[in-house]
Design a protein around this ligand. Structure first.
Ligand SMILES: [Zn+2]
Length: 337
């Protein structure tokens, strides 16, 4: 009788444990078989009713049954527990993600990228040079002799008697011409320095991009055509322009290029100081003296050069009125572009 019951419990447990799929079901099985009033305990109770002869073998069978049930139960339970922990750690793909803050290019870099791309489209390559420059490259070779009054316009930081923080990117023109023979068609962007009081209109450091084209028979008409094409691509197709005579030591003749004010469209406003015009860049035909410094034959070659401040260009294009905002790294400003 008891022997049969032992076999039945063993079979029943085998089926139950196979069907246990979660921790709730495994707890039900524990209560059913292994608790104080469970089936296994009840079988042990019945042991006292069997005959003396049968007791040892039945007792042994019961112990075996209890060990088998306990062993199997524990192994299934621990498997279910670990897989339920894995489930807890799995990603919930329906949850919103953690937003990453994505940076963007500084407005000055964006402006320079746009300028570069326009000039590259017209066949210009890009050259860069050092910010710490020799006095010779920064002034002398650009036709600013040591006693030239134009040096006063570009006061800078002298490292010693021979080296300065460059006041313009023009020394890169000297470097390019020293390295390459004509034809040369290049733009030179970079950071420059001036010893100036910081205000909304001037800063001790800013950026320029200059351009140079040297070949046989380069004319002022080509200079105008190139710059007007640039201005229309950069500021807008419908602008008017004018060239005013000006002076730079390294170009002759020299000019400033103005475009119609983007705010008042030429009527006159505060930004253009009621003139209707905005000055966007300086330019001119390369002075033959400069060609002599770089051993270009000034009887054979002519060329033009131009330069603009990148801060000023961005300020004109985006209506920014204080140059200092470019260098304050205030995210409220930077995020607008
Ligand atoms: Zn205006």
């Amino acid at each position: 009788m008891l022997k049969e019951k032992i076999n039945n419990v063993s079979t029943e447990f085998g089926e139950d444990i196979l069907n246990a799929k979660n921790l709730k079901q495994i707890e039900d099985i524990r209560i059913k078989y292994l608790s104080r009033n469970g089936l296994v305990a009840k079988l042990f109770d019945e042991l006292k009713n069997v005959s003396k002869e049968d007791k040892p073998s039945l007792g042994k069978s019961l112990n075996t049954l209890r060990n088998e049930i306990t062993g199997k139960f524990n192994s299934v339970k621990s498997k279910l527990e670990s897989s339920s922990k894995e489930n807890d750690n799995k990603f919930d793909l329906s949850l919103p993600g953690t937003a990453k803050i994505i940076g963007s290019k500084h407005l000055l870099t964006q402006t320079l990228d746009e300028i570069k791309s326009i000039f590259k489209g017209m066949g210009f390559s890009v050259f860069e040079g050092p910010e710490l420059e020799s006095d010779y490259n920064n002034f002398e070779a650009l036709n600013f002799p040591a006693d030239h009054p134009a040096r006063d316009m570009q006061d800078t930081y002298f490292i010693n008697q021979d080296f300065v923080l460059r006041t313009h990117t023009s020394p890169v023109q000297i470097r390019v011409m020293n390295k390459y023979k004509p034809p040369v068609r290049a733009i030179m962007p970079g950071r420059v320095y001036r010893n100036e009081a910081v205000s909304s209109r001037s800063y001790c450091m800013f950026h320029q991009v200059e351009g140079l084209y040297v070949d046989t028979d380069v004319t002022f008409a080509e200079l105008k055509g190139t710059l007007v094409s640039f201005a229309r691509q950069f500021y807008g197709e419908d602008l008017n322009y004018r060239f005013r005579p000006s002076f730079f030591p390294f170009t002759e003749p020299s000019a400033e290029m103005d475009i119609t004010c983007y705010l008042c469209h030429g009527k006159g406003c505060k930004v253009c100081k009621q003139t209707g015009w905005l000055e966007v860049l300086g330019c001119g035909m390369v002075d033959p003296n400069v060609f002599d410094y770089v051993n270009y034959d000034s009887d054979k070659y002519t060329g033009y050069a131009f330069g603009m401040g990148i801060e000023r260009t961005a300020m004109l294009k985006y209506g920014i009125t204080d140059i200092r905002v470019f260098f304050e790294n205030d995210l409220r400003f930077l995020k607008q572009f």
